[in-house]
Design a binder for this molecule. Structure first.
Ligand code: GTP
Ligand code: MG
Ligand code: ZN
Length: 352
């Protein structure tokens, strides 16, 4: 077969190459879009649809083991077939995962193997610090670096007060301000989307994620839309998709999210609330839950006005939500075990 794509441009790093060499006769591909069970894949031989093998289905323990946009997968890329068969997902470098929308206790992978998670928030209608804290916690636990992107600055009349409110919750994440009125405003994103790097645009519907990607592509490739007048937000983007930009980086567009539930994000909560984490070191009890124990430094800071009551409530709510998932889903441990096995298997194969 003729080689037409350089997979390095699609983010295939040294580590993924090493993993992939453990699978003889299979071709490494990247998932570039996903619509229900149907995947679009790219490999050095071109683009093709793909589906997981019967054996893959059979061996799956949890939903997050299925391929997601951004994943590198090992496929049977037969010239004669229209569709490639996916046999294996290579261990993920990062994984932005949430609790799936609706009542079920199931996880959903929003994007895999991303370097940067652009957390997009509209400075006008969508501004909500508590939701941003939630996004930050999940992003920090994903292994990607969160960057806060404040959109539609042209519609915002009190940018300074918005920025100072954000700085109180950003907890180390960079904060960028954009507007689509002037294309040059998007240049602030360029340092994060260099060659070989993948980023994902994540946020509520209508904040302008697809608008930004169109500007970065210098082309109106993606549909963009306005929110319905009842404010319920029709989703314009309906599936997740990865694009290679003229500047060399890759971006993933995602549909707007109405809910972003915690899924195994304990570490991320601690990072997103590093101020509370630092205070907690001074609590009398090592396992203090900051809900009334004597000698609690966190509650003391809240009483003294050093920590806002809303932020403390937000922290406790996220912790509680996360603990619920950890307690009920003991198969998470099983899942980790399985990924460890895959990694070990690949390593041994490579050694031989
Ligand atoms: N005034 C103003 N409008 C913008 C800006 N960016 C986007 N919009 C408008 O906001 C609307 C929604 O933009 P989209 O890019 O479709 O939003 P999205 O985040 O991709 O939405 P979903 O695909 O539903 O998740 C469109 O009508 C855009 O023209 C901006 O910087 N300023
Ligand atoms: Mg969109
Ligand atoms: Zn405490």
């Amino acid at each position: 077969m003729e080689k037409i794509n350089d997979m390095k441009r699609y983010g295939l790093s040294e580590a993924f190459t090493v993993y992939s060499e453990g699978f003889k006769d299979l071709t490494v591909s990247r998932v570039i879009s996903q619509q229900k069970g149907l995947y679009r894949l790219i490999s050095e031989y071109g683009e093709k649809n793909g589906q997981v093998s019967g054996k893959f289905h059979y061996n799956v323990h949890t939903i997050s083991e299925y391929p997601a946009v951004g994943d590198f997968v090992m496929t049977d890329w037969n010239e004669k077939n229209d569709s490639a068969v996916i046999h294996q997902v290579l261990p993920r470098r990062s994984c932005f995962m949430r609790k799936a929308a609706g009542g079920t206790a199931q996880e959903q992978v929003v994007a895999a193997n991303i370097d940067t998670a652009f957390l997009c928030m509209d400075l006008n209608n969508d501004f909500n610090l508590r939701r941003l804290e939630r996004y930050l916690a999940i992003a920090w636990s994903s292994g990607a670096t969160p960057v806060i992107v404040l959109t539609k600055s042209d519609l915002c009349s009190d940018l300074d007060s918005r920025l100072s409110a954000i700085s109180a919750v950003a907890s180390g994440a960079d904060v960028l301000v954009t507007s689509c009125i002037n294309d040059l405003d998007f240049e602030v994103l360029y340092p994060y989307i260099t060659k070989g790097k993948t980023s994902a645009f994540i946020g509520s519907s209508g904040v302008g994620k697809s608008t930004i990607i169109n500007c970065l592509m210098h082309e109106n490739l993606l549909n963009t839309g306005s929110i319905r007048s009842d404010g319920r937000g029709r989703h314009t983007t309906t599936h997740r998709e990865l694009f290679l930009l003229p500047c060399g980086g890759m971006v993933i567009d995602t549909p707007g999210m109405r809910e972003l539930g915690m899924w195994d994000a304990g570490d991320g909560i601690n990072t997103a609330f590093s101020d509370i984490d630092a205070l907690a070191l001074k609590c009398r009890f090592r396992n203090c839950t900051h809900s009334g124990e004597p000698g609690c430094a966190v509650l003391k800071a809240a009483d003294n006005g050093l920590l806002s009551a809303e932020r403390l409530r937000s922290y406790q709510k996220l912790m509680c939500e996360n603990r619920y998932i950890e307690d009920t889903e003991d198969y998470l441990a099983e899942k980790r075990e399985k990924f460890k096995k895959i990694a070990k298997y690949n390593k041994n194969l490579h050694k031989r």
